[in-house]
Design a protein around this ligand. Structure first.
Ligand code: MN
Length: 248
C-alpha cells in the first residue's frame, strides 16, 4: 500500500474560450484525476474550475459532465475533496455540497496536513491593491445584484456572463500574468502580512496562473498551483514535503 498523498490543483477554466476548445483540457484533467485516484487521500480544488458558473434554484449550467462525474467517482471512492471558489465560479451555492458531498469555501481556510500548517484559498482580492477588482467583487457578491441576475433568463444571463468573462475579462480583474516581483506580487505581500501575526508552513493559492514555490521568511513557503491552460501543474504533499509537478 503506497503512502497516501494530498493533491492540489486550480484554474482549469473549463468552458473557455469555447466549449470545443475546452474539451481536450477537461479530458486531460479527468485523466489526471483518474491517475491520482489510486493514492490520493485528499484533493484540494482551489477555484476557477469553471470559467463561469452560476447556480439557479433548480438549475445549474450545461456541460462539464466528465469532470463532475469523475469528481463524484473519487468522492464515492472515499477521497476527501475540498473546493474553494475562484473569482470565476464564486456563484456556487450548495450544488457541490448536495450533489457531490464536497464542501465549498468562499474564504481561505487553515488546515493541518501531515503535521504541517496550511493556509489555503483561491487568492483573489487578497493583499494590497487591485481596487478595481475588489470593487467588482463587491458587486458580484452583493445579494441584491445576485438576486437580480438570477431573475434574468439563463439564456440571457449566462450568455452575458460568458461574454464578460471571455471577451471582456471583467471577471478576471488583474489580468497581468507576469510575476510582479517580491515587493509587488500581491499574494506574496499578503502572506508576509499574515506571517507577522501567525505562522503557516505553507500558503497555497491559485488565481495567479503562475506555478511557483517561493521561500518566505520564517521558513514558510508560498505556493501557486499554476493552471490547466498553459502549465497543467498540480501540487502534491507527501510525507510533509510539498512539490509542484506538471502533468504530462
Ligand atoms: Mn483563474
Amino acid at each position: 500500500m503506497p503512502a497516501k498523498k494530498i493533491y492540489f490543483a486550480s484554474d482549469q477554466h473549463f468552458g473557455a474560450p469555447t466549449v470545443a476548445l475546452s474539451l481536450p483540457r477537461e479530458k486531460r484533467f479527468v485523466q489526471w484525476l483518474d491517475e491520482i485516484k489510486k493514492d490520493a487521500e485528499i484533493l484540494f480544488l482551489l477555484g476557477d474550475l469553471f470559467d463561469f458558473w452560476f447556480e439557479y434554484k433548480h438549475v445549474v449550467p450545461k456541460g462539464f459532465v466528465r469532470v463532475l462525474g469523475k469528481l463524484a467517482e473519487l468522492k464515492d471512492a472515499g477521497i476527501q475533496i475540498h473546493f474553494f471558489v475562484g473569482n470565476h465560479d464564486l456563484w456556487m451555492n450548495d450544488y457541490f455540497e448536495k450533489e457531490l458531498d464536497i464542501p465549498v469555501y468562499h474564504q481561505p481556510k487553515e488546515f493541518v496536513l501531515q503535521n504541517k500548517t496550511f493556509l489555503i484559498g483561491h487568492g483573489d482580492g487578497l493583499g494590497p491593491g487591485d481596487t478595481g477588482y475588489k470593487l467588482m467583487k463587491k458587486v458580484f457578491t452583493n445579494p441584491v445584484c445576485k438576486w437580480l441576475f438570477r431573475w434574468l433568463h439563463p439564456d440571457l444571463g449566462v450568455g452575458l456572463a460568458k461574454y464578460l468573462s471571455v471577451e471582456n475579462k471583467l471577471i478576471s480583474g488583474e489580468e497581468d500574468v507576469v510575476f510582479q516581483g517580491e515587493n509587488k506580487e500581491f499574494l506574496l505581500l499578503y502572506c508576509k502580512e499574515i506571517l507577522q501575526k501567525k505562522h503557516y508552513d505553507y500558503f497555497v493559492f491559485g488565481h495567479r496562473h503562475l506555478p511557483m514555490i517561493y521561500d518566505l521568511p520564517q521558513n514558510s513557503k508560498y505556493v501557486n498551483t499554476g493552471d490547466w491552460i498553459t502549465y497543467f501543474t498540480y501540487g502534491v504533499l507527501e510525507n510533509g514535503v510539498f512539490k509542484l509537478k506538471e502533468y504530462q
